[in-house]
Write a new protein. Structure first.
Length: 261
């Protein structure tokens, strides 16, 4: 007897599950778990990383990320307004900036600010200032496009109503349009925060003292010291401590935004 459509779907799904289970079993049986434990799950090495990996590396990663995000958010809002400006030179400058920093790897920005600028202008930038500028300049290009989309998503009637009440264009943008745009773009802004958290691993290029280590640098140095991959795994877990709650926040914000719409 020919199967119904629902039966065919169930049969195909059952085959997919069976193939997945077989693949997982093959991996489990083929892996050398003793060697994996010694390489990645050495409890003594993991214990030796604490509390420094939390009190120094994790804290520095959060600080670097927040500095870059704060600077990038302010600059991104300015660029978004320039991008929407009626003045052509403002639009051209904003477009040139956004296209440049979206196309250039963050790695090159760190090298330019960490070594190129001090050589060119004979100035020694503070480490935190360099990190803030490098992460912020790259993040601002993406935040600007996100904010531009958010501003354009606010109904035009909002601006017209504000102007009819006697507000100037600038005051209407600051008091009416931009706050609404922030509510619209909050989920993608949180995603940008997650991306900057991972980009903060490039700080190692600047050369760091022990009290300035972030998670990636801390993990690499511990790997060389202990000849074990356990520090890299622990550093990865610490990144997840930061990024997973942010991911959950994004999903809740998206659900709340969809419900409000």
């Amino acid at each position: 007897m020919a199967m119904t459509r629902r039966q065919r779907v169930r049969a195909i799904r059952a085959v997919q599950y069976a193939v997945l289970i077989a693949l997982l079993l093959a991996i489990v049986l083929a892996a050398d778990w003793g060697e994996l434990r010694r390489a990645f799950f050495d409890a003594e090495v993991a214990r030796s990383l604490f509390p420094d990996i939390i009190t120094t590396a994790l804290v520095n990663t959060v600080v670097y990320t927040l500095l870059g995000f704060g600077f990038g958010l302010v600059l991104g809002v300015v660029l978004a307004l320039m991008r929407l400006s009626q003045v052509p030179p403002y639009r051209w400058l904003a477009v040139a900036y956004i296209e440049f920093f979206r196309g250039v790897p963050a790695l090159l920005v760190f090298i330019a600010l960490g070594f190129g600028v001090p050589l060119a202008f004979q100035v020694a930038l503070d480490r935190h200032v360099t990190v803030m500028l490098a992460l912020g300049l790259v993040g601002a290009a993406y935040i600007a496009e996100t904010m531009r989309a958010g501003i354009q998503a606010v109904p035009k009637g909002q601006m017209e109503a504000a102007r009819s009440l006697g507000m100037s264009h600038g005051r209407a943008m600051a008091s009416i349009i931009i706050p609404q745009a922030f509510r619209i773009v909050l989920p993608p802004l949180t995603n940008e925060l997650v991306l900057l958290t991972k980009d903060s691993s490039l700080v190692y290029l600047l050369g760091l003292s022990l009290d300035q280590y972030e998670l990636s640098k801390f993990g690499r140095d511990a790997l060389n010291q202990h000849r074990s991959l356990t520090p890299i795994l622990v550093a990865g877990v610490c990144y997840l401590i930061i990024t997973v709650p942010l991911g959950q926040l994004v999903r809740r914000l998206e659900a709340r935004s969809a419900k409000a719409r």
